[in-house]
Design a protein around this ligand. Sequence first.
Ligand code: UD1
Length: 382
Amino acid sequence: MVVAGARPNFVKVAPILHELSRRGMPRFFVHTGQHYDVQMSAALLADLDAPEPDACLDVGSGSHAVQTARIMERFEPVLLQHRPTWVVVVGDVNSTLACALVTAKLRHELGCRIAHVEAGLRSYDWAMPEEVNRVLTDRLSDLLLTPLRDVDEIILREGLRDARTEFVGNVMIDSLLAVLPKAQRLDLPARLGVRAREYILVTLHRPSNVDDTKRLAVLLESLAQIAKGRAIVFPMHPRTKGRVVASSLGRLLQGLIVTEPVGYAEMIALLDGAAATVTDSGGVQQESTVLGVPCLTMRSETEWPITLTRGTNRLATWPPTIDSVAGDLKAVAARGRIPVGVASPDGWDGRAAARIVDALQAGPRSRAVDYAHEDSWSNLPS
Ligand code: UD1
């Protein structure tokens, strides 16, 4: 049973669903409905050639508590009815934690196990809802499927010894490499009236950047300044759009090319064609590393430090000011583009889904866990 709820999840589950189908393994795809706009969900799934969901929970928006609780309530009967061997959750969104938690409470009864794809990542920023989701989902999982070799150390440090850890690489890059030829044929920059390799692609949606009106005003003001010399393309997340409207900051967008959220192939086309990108997305940091596009991350930390050491990514001066954003962007853009794949970390090679399914096929038993015996928990640190 493979679970997805929000935009970045779809990019990660599509290759896994394809690989399960290719091997003729029975699979059940649950869409929680955390993201529901056509552009955030259906269009993206179509771009990824993903199968129709077998169950849609239609949870929609809400506070973290409401959204998480609603997913749990609606996921439980699906789990009880279908009794899968594995529940595969991906990433760090509310759907990830909610479904892992439901499964954890029923795994003795149903004999099913939890696999977490993209395990072991940490930003160490507890103000970030995704960090809470990551840490707790890892703690609940039986199989930790990691995108980077060096996160094993984090898993050991946190005492997650009962789970089996397998390095599988980065499944998001499977989708990226699969869509890249199609994306390059779209000729999207020209359709938006900008010249390839001359514009800046911007995405912003983190609550810490867009829910705080002062921070949002600084960011939009700095983009308005940059746009006087460089074209800026800004596909706007619904959360950001809502905040811009509510805080009457729309006037700062006048010099920018603002679009609705774009499809997956379109997003990769825009990123591949950009001179540089300014983002607070986890996905864009990874994708720009593989595509070799200079990236300025509008956060004070990242759960993907490898993108910094590979030389494509830079963390913004924090807290940002109107001038610091332009200065940081200039510094990162001066590095220039790197050919596709040259900066890619180990395992970001388009074959992660195959390794994930190999790990699932290896069986549900984790190294130390035997849920019939309470003793199995006794080796955890207090
Ligand atoms: C969620 C994830 C985040 C991920 C991001 C990618 C959590 C905690 N956050 O954040 O990790 O990076 O998705 O997009 O799970 N909305 C729509 N249409 C939609 C979806 C959302 O209009 O299809 C609006 C709603 O007003 C909603 C707001 O956007 O309240 C935010 O959506 P939500 O799912 O709460 O979080 P994201 O900010 O999208």
